[in-house]
Design a protein around this ligand. Structure first.
Ligand code: GLV
Ligand code: MN
Ligand code: MN
Length: 409
């Protein structure tokens, strides 16, 4: 039966733009940070679209939204999904594409009057970005049982808002137990968020897995003092210590193969031009495809930070914000992505994901694969994030084909 189903491309694209209009920013991007009012509006919109398609809509205890198209037989479901939260300066594609492609698959099956053998479900996971609450992939972490709802309810954002309360405030602390729907396979379509596919001229990426990720937060505590009167040798400068750690982390990336480092937050107190910084809170996002190399980089940076803090006479506390090992995907399904892409006439290459994804948590539960489409200019976490309509439709058709096939296997 219809293994050659084709989604409605223009409808997919316009639905994606509809979601993008919720939390739209003047720069053409999107700001729908997890559990904010914009996220609530996006969620309400999504749940309404799921209901329009007569899906059974459920919300779990951490706000993961699940839409189920009942199959002909009982048993584990084939799940497709991603997230609709964004970073503060996000685009319209990261996460949204995977959710909207899932919605379009459901709409196509409804158009064709097709019911799969197995349940087919779409999940929009809570707080994938980790830009507001830590860790990233929080909804899928709980779904996969790696943390309990109670553990994550206590998480606070930078302003001190508590996750459990924010979830209740937006009306998405649901009744279902995370992980309530058993998974037979999981698929996620996503933009690449990097330059490789476009630069090398490939239409589709068959993702082999996700690299290892560690997020650290450093709090340096020095002594605020007059920036003009205090001789350099008498300063206890928290800002200088943080700057040195940033430079050292960069240096480590030049020595350790595949190592990446990003100091994305640097908050300086009191933050006056003529006051020696008292407190600096800064973060490092460290990644490497090889777990042992990431461990080595992290150990070197921690030791350096301790040493530099001591020499500068400043206090140091280091907090773990997130930690994920590298996660390979399922070889059979990776090959299936390649095969489907070729059968649809697209060039395809295997690629390791640099970004974290809900798929890496789902891969701890069931055979999992991801499909990437090119990001123009390699831009992501940026309002100018863009993928072409043709590439998006190509990716969505590959997703539809393999999800439909697995749902009938
Ligand atoms: C999630 O978007 C990440 O930071 O990889
Ligand atoms: Mn994403
Ligand atoms: Mn992202």
């Amino acid at each position: 039966m219809a293994s050659n189903i084709r989604i409605n491309g223009p409808r997919l694209f316009s639905t994606l733009m509809d979601l993008g209009s919720i939390g739209a920013t003047p720069e053409g991007g999107c700001r729908r940070m997890a559990l904010t009012d914009e996220d609530r509006l996006g969620r309400n919109w999504l749940a309404a679209r799921m209901r329009d398609l007569k899906l059974d809509v459920r919300v779990d205890a951490v706000g993961n939204i699940v839409g189920i198209l009942k199959g002909q037989e009982e048993g584990p479901a084939v799940i497709v999904g991603s997230h609709i939260d964004t970073v503060g300066t996000g685009g319209r594609y990261d996460g949204a594409l995977g959710v909207i492609a899932g919605l379009e698959l459901m709409a196509t099956l409804r158009d064709l009057g097709l019911t799969p053998k197995r349940d087919l479900a779409l999940i929009a996971f809570t707080n994938e970005e980790g830009a507001r609450f830590h860790p990233d992939m929080l909804g899928s972490v709980v779904w996969a049982g790696a943390k309990s709802p109670e553990q994550v309810y206590a998480e606070r954002d930078a302003e001190g808002f508590v996750l459990g309360e924010e979830l209740e405030k937006i009306g998405y602390k649901g009744a279902e137990k995370p992980g309530f729907l058993k998974a037979r396979a999981y698929f996620e379509l996503h933009i690449e968020q990097g330059p490789v596919l476009e630069q090398e001229g490939f239409g589709i990426g068959a993702v082999t897995g996700v690299q290892a990720i560690t997020w650290l937060e450093f709090t340096f505590t020095g002594q605020p003092n007059h920036g003009g009167t205090t001789p350099m040798k008498y300063r206890k400068d928290a800002g200088l210590a943080a700057a040195r750690v940033n430079l050292f982390a960069h240096e480590v990336t030049q020595r350790i193969e595949g190592q990446l480092a990003n100091m994305g937050v640097i908050r300086v107190e009191p933050g006056n031009v003529n006051v020696v910084p008292e407190t600096v809170i800064c973060t490092l996002d460290l990644r490497n495809p090889v777990d042992a190399l990431l461990d080595k980089a992290e150990a070197e940076i921690r030791a350096y930070a301790q040493d530099i803090a001591e020499k500068a006479g400043v206090g140091l506390a280091i907090r773990d914000l997130a930690r994920f090992p590298s996660q390979p995907f399922d070889e059979r399904l990776i090959a299936r992505v390649e095969q489907a892409a070729k059968a649809h006439g697209h060039s395809v290459r295997r690629i390791v994901s640099g970004a974290g994804h809900d798929a890496q948590m789902m891969a701890t539960l069931c055979p999992t694969a991801m499909i990437f489409v090119p990001s123009i200019g390699g831009l992501s976490h940026n309002p100018k994030e863009f993928s072409t309509e043709a590439d998006i439709i190509a990716g969505a058709n590959v997703l539809a084909e393999i999800a439909w096939e697995e749902a009938n296997a």
